[in-house]
Design a protein around this ligand. Sequence first.
Ligand code: MG
Length: 317
Amino acid sequence: MTRAARAAGLAATLALTGCALFTPPFDIQGHRGARGLAPENTLAGFKRALDAGVSTLELDIGVTRDGVVVIHHDESLNPDTTRDARGAWLTAPTPRLFDLTWLELQAYDVGRLRPGSNYAARYPAQVGRDGEPIPSLAQLFAWVQAAGHDRVRFNIETKLTPARPGDTAGAAAMTAALLAVIHAHGMQRRVTIQSFDWRTLALVQADAPGIPTAYLSAERPGFNTIDRDGLWTAGRKRADFASVPAMVHAAGGAIWSPHFEDLTPELLRAAHALGLKVIPWTVNDPADMRRLIAWGVDGIISDRPDLLRTALEQAGH
Ligand code: MG
């Protein structure tokens, strides 16, 4: 039964009993914490996202040379967000996470956007915080547990590029390291694992079948993970399927996370008919939020979870 059919059946039951229409909970996902408000993928950023009322912390992971799962978006340190131990901004080429030990990585400060950079111009409301290091996933779990945030979920993205296998831990090693941290902290019921590299999601489904997997896709002019002859999609080719959600369903996914501009009402309906949830990324404009909420998406990944909450309240959620 589709989500829509389930909701309709439940609504009919509630109408008979005089209850208000039941609305499934909407997943407010704070992108990299709350990138529009606080330094991305830092403990300060995750705290800011929780203060803004997210239901899920979206974050990215890599693995250091000595096998520590760390929370960071890029495979190499980003010159627009990273200063060294003396406070100097890095310049390219910068070290890869995979080249550094956990201890070496701790010397860097990622709490502020480089003044004057294009990246800083994109997030004018971000409040920096000096002295924020790259955290480990274990540190985030420990902090969330100590702070009593016992409901928030984690949408964890494995960051690797199939065409450049030497730049990160491999798919199997990265997935194994990630699952080990999740199990060590008893977080398997509170996580989703997402990736553009669908190989990692197949590994999660085999090794931890209780953990939902979210299939990221992008069909943008500069970044297309679907039309690449199966490179990103674990060998699945677009031409063999009726739609991208059909590819996700065939791969065993629970969630489809497209770039929000790739989504249409027709594709949303197709995904729901296959039993998939649909959670697009990365939506920061309130007009886009309102449109997607009206279409009936199951959640939104946003750098501005504060604006998303407002949009949801205006829509009656
Ligand atoms: Mg991500």
